[in-house]
Design a protein around this ligand. Structure first.
Ligand SMILES: O=C(O)CCC(=O)C(=O)O
Ligand SMILES: [Fe+2]
Length: 371
């Protein structure tokens, strides 16, 4: 487990003013405001905000705005519509943090099989114990704001599978899940490469940044959000952003429940028809992209007459991966205004971006930072 203090010192982008001592680097340094360290939960794959009766919760009573969530058609990536599709993806990552992928290339029969096997597993092994669990008892006493109405378990796939530890998973389910995850990892990596392209980063930047010593960490939360007699009194899953990287969601084709916050409004994700995959980006993509791609707040609502299936796969950094914003996406850092003006004098009538890039190279040379 990576200690929070080590993570606190992981950024190479911000160095002390005292270190800014080269002769070229004189006068009063200009600093971008250092972001608060966002923290990382290398083992958990999501975390929850502790909400009071917050603005998020009170929003449930307001009718939900109908918004079309962005649809990215992967079949359009190879032809003449490539640049349009890439632009759609960039906009989805920048403005939504949630989108749907169609024609993703994951085998649909296999997806159907995984869903059926998970549903049977729940019916045969988990349903009875769910209705005896603490959250069900608490709901009997009224509003339950510190628990989630879900029956779930978490499987690790990479760097090492722990599927063998689940004694009651059928051989069929293990096998189908293994095949499904192999295809999903390909999809997550393809998506990470497209994001890199849109951010003008090297193709494998995200994968490398997530790799640590053992490669990106991949896990799946297999969940049912069972029928709930008092949906107004408990969430399926409380409001949160995901801690990690890229989350690929295979969900129920009938029962809704997932919602995310967009421009202050809760937007409903419809059930997945035709095995479309929904994607959301986690906190580490927000950090790595220096805030260009935001992780959206989301939640699962409970339903009185429907039991919702959700199979969420997390393509995350390894526990020992050291996360920082990509240097390329940072403004130049720790330069004196006098030095800026020196450069400006010869580049005033040119674009500012190359000026910023030159400045970054100069300041990093001063600080021994590799850009
Ligand atoms: O079940 C879902 O649809 C979403 C689950 C989720 O947000 C999570 O587990 O972090
Ligand atoms: Fe989540």
């Amino acid at each position: 487990m990576v200690s929070p203090s080590r993570l606190l010192h992981s950024s190479v982008a911000y160095v002390s003013r005292r270190e800014f001592s080269n002769t070229m680097c004189s006068a009063v340094p200009i600093f971008p405001i250092a972001p608060k360290n966002p923290g990382l939960q290398p083992r958990g794959f999501s975390y929850h905000f502790k909400l009071k009766e917050s603005k998020h919760q009170s929003k449930t009573k307001v009718p939900k705005k109908e918004m079309e969530i962005p649809v990215i058609d992967f079949s359009q990536l190879d032809g003449e519509n490539r640049s349009k599709t890439m632009a759609l993806l960039h906009n989805a990552c920048e403005k939504w943090g949630f989108f749907k992928i169609e024609n993703h290339g994951v085998n649909k029969d296999l997806m159907e099989k995984v869903k059926n096997l998970v549903n049977s597993h729940y019916e045969n092994n988990l349903k009875a114990s769910f209705y005896e669990s603490e959250v069900v008892k608490s709901l009997g006493n009224g509003r339950t704001s510190n628990m989630d109405w879900e029956s779930s378990f978490f499987i690790s796939h990479r760097p090492k599978s722990n599927m063998d530890e689940f004694q009651n998973l059928s051989e069929d389910l293990r096998k189908a899940m293994d095949e499904y995850i192999a295809q999903l990892i390909e999809l997550a990596e393809k998506l990470s490469e497209l994001m890199c392209e849109n951010l003008s980063l090297e193709k494998h930047h995200i994968k490398k940044a997530f790799s640590g010593k053992t490669g990106p960490s991949v896990g799946t939360k297999v969940a049912k959000y069972p029928k709930c007699p008092q949906p107004e009194n408990v969430r399926g899953l409380r409001e949160h952003t995901d801690a990690g990287g890229i989350i690929l969601l295979l969900q129920d084709d009938q029962v809704p429940g997932l919602e995310f916050l967009k421009d202050g409004e809760w937007v409903q994700i419809p059930p997945s028809k035709n095995n479309a995959i929904f994607v959301n980006t986690g906190d580490q993509i927000e950090v790595l992209s220096n805030g260009r791609y935001k992780s959206a707040l989301h939640r699962v609502m409970t339903i009185k007459d429907g039991s919702r299936l959700s199979i969420a796969t997390f393509y995350n950094p390894a526990g020992d991966a050291i996360i920082s914003p990509a240097q390329k996406l940072l403004y130049p850092n720790q330069f004196s205004f006098a030095d800026y003006l020196k450069l400006y004098a010869t580049t005033k009538f040119l674009d500012k971006e190359p000026r910023f890039e030159s400045l970054k190279k100069m300041t990093s040379a001063c600080n021994g930072v590799i850009v």
